[in-house]
Write a protein that binds this ligand. Structure first.
Ligand code: PEP
Ligand code: MG
Length: 596
C-alpha cells in the first residue's frame, strides 16, 4: 500500500533541538523481552547466576565502547551522560544483586525474571524517594536484560540512507548509539526539554521534537517527514505547498546565515531610531560563543540549573564561581543576568532530594526552594558575587510571587554580600539585583516589588501557563497556551508601565521574545530588551529594523483594546507583513506555540 496519497498531517510537539530536516521515517520498535515464568531446577542455580554476571560485564563493556567512540569536545555532555551510565551499570548490581540471588536460589526463578522483578522493586522505591534517575536505571536494566536474552541492542544497523528516527521514547542509551551522519532528526511521543535525550540531541546538533501527541498512530514506516526543530512542528506526508514553504524557510535560514555577518554589527534599531537591545538565553557557559556569532548583546537569562543536572553531587562554590566567571568574562563588556536556581516544575537535578508533588509547577519550585535551602542558595549567591568583578553581572530571582518573597531573597543577598565584604573578598558594589515576573500575582503587585528590584524580566513561558491555567507542557490543552491572550498582554503592559514610572527597565526572556510573530506587540508594549535563544537573534533584529517604534506603540494600544486572541493575531500579522514584507512566509506558519 502506498501512503503517498494520504493526507498531510501536521502535529506540534516540544522543540528541543533546533534546525529543519526532511526525509523518510524510520520507526523504532521497542521489542518486548520474553520473561520465562517457569522455574529452574536447583542444579541450574549457579549457571543462571553466572549468566547474569556475564550480562553485567558485557553491558559495562558496551558502554565503555560507546564512550571510546565519542569524539570532539562538543560531545562532553554526551560523555558525562555515558559516565553516569557506566557508574549506574557498576552500582545497580550492588543494590539489587542480593535480591536477585535470593529470587534465583529460593524461588528458583530464571535470572531474567529475577532481574526484572528486583529492578521493578528498585524503580518503585525510586519513584517513592525523590531521586530522579529512574529513567537511566530502567535503561541500564533493559540493556542487561537484552544481553541476557541475546537481543541485539543496535537497532540502527539496517539504516542505509539518512532517516528521521521516530520512536515512542528514545532512551539515552539508544541516543548515544544513533549512527552519526545517518540520522537527520528525531521525533518522540514522550520526553521533555530537560531529558538526557534532548540534551544529547542539542549536543549532536540533530533537530529534535519530543512530546508529539499521537505520534506512533500518525506515522508509517518511510512516510516522508519534515521536522521543524525550531518551532516544534512535525509535518507528516507534507503537501506540496508545505514542502515549498519549508524550502523557502530553509533558503531563508541559509540567507539568514549569510546575512549574519551583515546583521551582527548592526544595531537592533527601529526605522525611527529606537534601540531595543537583544540579549541571549543560555544554559551552558559554552554557549557564549554563539551569542557573539549571532550578534547578541550579552546574556539576558543564564539558567543555572544545568550546573546541577547530570551529576550525583552538588556543584561547589568554586565550580560555580568558575562557570559564572567564564560567562561574565567572555561576555564583557556586555551585561550578563544570572538567574538563581530554578529547580522543580520540570527540572529535577539528581543531587537534590525533592518530594514528589501532585502539581510540581505550582509546588516547591525556584525561589521557594532556595529560600528554604539557605546553604544551597547562599553558596550560589557567593559564587555569583565573587564572579561579579569580572564583568557586568546582575542577579535575578525566579518565580517571585509576592513582596515578602522578594524581601527574603534580597535579605539573603545582603547577608551573603556583607559576609563576603567582612572576609575581604572583592565584589562589585554596584551589582544590580532584579526579579523575574512570571507569576500573575507578581505582575499585579509591581508597586510593592518596585523598591526591591533594580530591574524586571518577564518570563512569559510561565506567565502564560499560570495566567491561562494551562500547563506549558500539556499537548492536550496547548491550544489555550496563547501569548496573544489579552490577559497576558495586559499583565505585560502593567509591569512595563509601573516599572517605567520608577525609571526601571523591563525585559522579556520567555520563548515569546524569540518569535517574530510577537516582536511588533512586544516593541509596542515598550519592553526595553528582549532575550532569546541565540539563533533567533538575527531574525528578530531584522524585524526590529523594519518597524517604526511610534507605529508599534499605536498598534499595541489598539490590540490591547481587543478581547479575542485571534483578532489580535490577525491584526498583528497584517501589520507586521505590511512593515516587513520579507517576513510573510515565516509568519504564515501558524506559530502559536503548542508548548513552551
Ligand atoms: C519563563 O518562564 O519564561 C522563563 C524564561 O523561565 P523558564 O523557561 O526557565 O521557566
Ligand atoms: Mg520560568
Amino acid at each position: 500500500m502506498s501512503f503517498s496519497t494520504r493526507q498531510e498531517t501536521v502535529i506540534r510537539g516540544v522543540p528541543v533541538s533546533p534546525g529543519i530536516a526532511s526525509g523518510p521515517a524510520y520507526l523504532l520498535q521497542h521489542a518486548g523481552i520474553h520473561l520465562p515464568i517457569s522455574t529452574i531446577s536447583p542444579g541450574q542455580i549457579e549457571s543462571e547466576l553466572a549468566r547474569l554476571e556475564n550480562a553485567w560485564t558485557t553491558t559495562v563493556q558496551q558502554i565503555e565502547m560507546i564512550r571510546a567512540n565519542q569524539k570532539g569536545d562538543e560531545r562532553q555532555l554526551v560523555n558525562d551522560i555515558i559516565d553516569i551510565h557506566l557508574m549506574l551499570a557498576q552500582d545497580i548490581p550492588v543494590y539489587i544483586g542480593g535480591r536477585i540471588e535470593e529470587l534465583v536460589r529460593n524461588d528458583l526463578m530464571h535470572v531474567e525474571t529475577a532481574l526484572n522483578t528486583a529492578l521493578q522493586e528498585l524503580l518503585e522505591r525510586m519513584t517513592k524517594s525523590p531521586f530522579q534517575r529512574s529513567e537511566d536505571v530502567a535503561d541500564i536494566g533493559h540493556q542487561v536484560l537484552s544481553n541476557l536474552v541475546g537481543m541485539n541492542l543496535d537497532q540502527f544497523e539496517n539504516i542505509d540512507e539518512p532517516v528521521i528516527v521516530v520512536a515512542d521514547d528514545l532512551t539515552p542509551s539508544l541516543t548515544v548509539r544513533l549512527p552519526q551522519g545517518k540520522v537527520l532528526a528525531f521525533v518522540t511521543a514522550r520526553g521533555s526539554r530537560t531529558s538526557h535525550t534532548a540534551i544529547m540531541a542539542r549536543a549532536a546538533q540533530i533537530p529534535a521534537i519530543v512530546g508529539v501527541p499521537d505520534l506512533l498512530e500518525s506515522v508509517d514506516e518511510e512516510d516522508f517527514l519534515i521536522v521543524d526543530g525550531d518551532r516544534g512542528v512535525l509535518a507528516i506526508r507534507p503537501a506540496e505547498e508545505t514542502v515549498q514553504r519549508y524550502r523557502r524557510i530553509q533558503e531563508e535560514a541559509v540567507h539568514r546565515i549569510e546575512a549574519l555577518e551583515h546583521f551582527r554589527d548592526l544595531d537592533p534599531e527601529t526605522t525611527d531610531a529606537f534601540t531595543i537591545p537583544l540579549a541571549a538565553n543560555i544554559e551552558l557557559p559554552e554557549e557564549v560563543i554563539s551569542v557573539k556569532q549571532y550578534g547578541g548583546h550579552g546574556i539576558g537569562l543564564y539558567r543555572t540549573e544545568f550546573l546541577y543536572m547530570n551529576r550525583r553531587d552538588l556543584p561547589t562554590e568554586d565550580e560555580q564561581f568558575l562557570a559564572y566567571r567564564k560567562v561574565v568574562e567572555e561576555s564583557a563588556p556586555d551585561p550578563v543576568i544570572i538567574r538563581t536556581l530554578d529547580i522543580g516544575g520540570d527540572k529535577f537535578p539528581s543531587s537534590i532530594r525533592m518530594p514528589k508533588e501532585r502539581n510540581p509547577f505550582m509546588g516547591w519550585r525556584a525561589i521557594r526552594f532556595s529560600l528554604e535551602q539557605p546553604e544551597i542558595f547562599h553558596t550560589q549567591l557567593r559564587a555569583m558575587l565573587r564572579a561579579s568583578i569580572y564583568g557586568n553581572l546582575s542577579i535575578m530571582f525566579p518565580m517571585i510571587s509576592e513582596v515578602r518573597e522578594m524581601k527574603l531573597a534580597r535579605a539573603a543577598f545582603n547577608q551573603v554580600r556583607d559576609q563576603l565584604r567582612a572576609e575581604g573578598v572583592a565584589i562589585n558594589d554596584q551589582i544590580q539585583v532584579g526579579t523575574m515576573i512570571e507569576v500573575p500575582s507578581a505582575a499585579l503587585v509591581m508597586d510593592g516589588l518596585l523598591p526591591l528590584a533594580d530591574f524586571f524580566s518577564i518570563g512569559t513561558n510561565d506567565l502564560i501557563q499560570y495566567t491561562l491555567a494551562t500547563d506549558r507542557g500539556n499537548e492536550r490543552t496547548a491550544y489555550l497556551y496563547d501569548p496573544l491572550h489579552p490577559g497576558v498582554l495586559r499583565l505585560i503592559r502593567n509591569v512595563v508601565s509601573i516599572a517605567h514610572q520608577a525609571g526601571k527597565k523591563v525585559s522579556v526572556c520567555g520563548e515569546m521574545a524569540g518569535s517574530i510573530e510577537f516582536t511588533l506587540i512586544l516593541v509596542g508594549l515598550m519592553v526595553d530588551e528582549l532575550s532569546m535563544s541565540p539563533i533567533a537573534i538575527p531574525g528578530i533584529k531584522r524585524l526590529i529594523r523594519s518597524i517604526s517604534y511610534e507605529e508599534a506603540v499605536g498598534i499595541a494600544e489598539k490590540a490591547l483594546a481587543m478581547n479575542e486572541p485571534e483578532e489580535i493575531r490577525e491584526y498583528l500579522l497584517s501589520e507586521t507583513r505590511r512593515m516587513a514584507p520579507w517576513s510573510a512566509d515565516l509568519l504564515s506558519m501558524d506559530s502559536r506555540p503548542a508548548s513552551a
